[in-house]
Ligand binder design. Structure first.
Ligand SMILES: CC(C)(COP(=O)(O)OP(=O)(O)OC[C@H]1O[C@@H](n2cnc3c(N)ncnc32)[C@H](O)[C@@H]1OP(=O)(O)O)[C@@H](O)C(=O)NCCC(=O)NCCS
Length: 179
């Protein structure tokens, strides 16, 4: 069973004055600039991006990290279906290089996922580095269970159950689920 992990005593403290808040439309430009800095133009070619195209992010779960009026981190969530099962796709997640390793990435994910869980969402998936995302409760998706809409390293396809037992029935092709 996977579960949303609480912030542990091992989580480093956020920088003084840094705040994790909900994203709103006023943050859009700074979020896009941070993603461009972090991922470059290649981000649009990724299979995960095919699930985000024409699929508006869920602002209620998106989070940004602000430090003295400057946006230094952001995480986005989009709605997808895996077969017929609704789920959230996490990403992009980015923290400005000046502020890495201060717990911001984990804090952004945990805050956004806590809001999603409180709103009844059951499952979050992403494509990313398993050793990092394991810290937020993600586990590898069993090979063959889900099919991305393009080439992907399936060893990097990860899931986190917000509701226990939600991963097993989520099977099949992944597609955008804009609302
Ligand atoms: C990956 C990223 C979001 C991490 O954000 P962050 O705020 O620096 O991370 P945190 O402070 O929450 O966690 C830092 C810890 O995770 C580890 N970590 C960071 N990236 C990791 C990775 N890819 N694999 C394994 N461990 C990683 C760090 O070494 C550090 O470990 P420590 O606590 O033992 O010192 C950030 O480095 C980033 O924006 N990178 C560029 C964009 C990117 O790759 N995004 C993720 C796409 S999969």
């Amino acid at each position: 069973m996977t579960s949303l992990m609480p912030i542990t005593p091992q989580s480093p403290p956020l920088p003084d004055d840094a705040q994790i808040i909900g994203e709103d439309v006023s943050h859009a430009e700074a979020v896009e600039a941070l993603n461009a800095l972090s991922f470059g133009p290649g981000r649009f070619a990724k299979s995960a991006y095919k699930l985000r195209r024409n699929n508006p992010a869920v602002l209620a779960y998106n989070r940004v990290c602000m430090l003295n009026g400057r946006l230094i981190g952001a995480v986005c969530f989009s709605r997808i279906r895996i077969g017929s099962t609704p789920a959230l796709l996490l990403g992009p997640l980015a923290v400005h290089p000046e502020f890495k390793n201060k717990g911001i990435g984990l804090a952004l994910m945990r805050d956004g996922m806590a809001a999603a869980k409180a709103n009844g969402e059951a499952l979050v998936v992403l494509v990313g580095d398993a050793p990092y995302y394991a810290r937020a409760g993600f586990v590898p998706v069993p090979r063959g269970q889900m099919i991305m809409p393009g080439p992907v390293d399936y060893g990097r396809l990860l899931a986190c159950e917000l509701v226990s037992g939600s991963l097993e029935p989520a099977r099949g092709a992944m597609r955008p689920d804009p609302r």
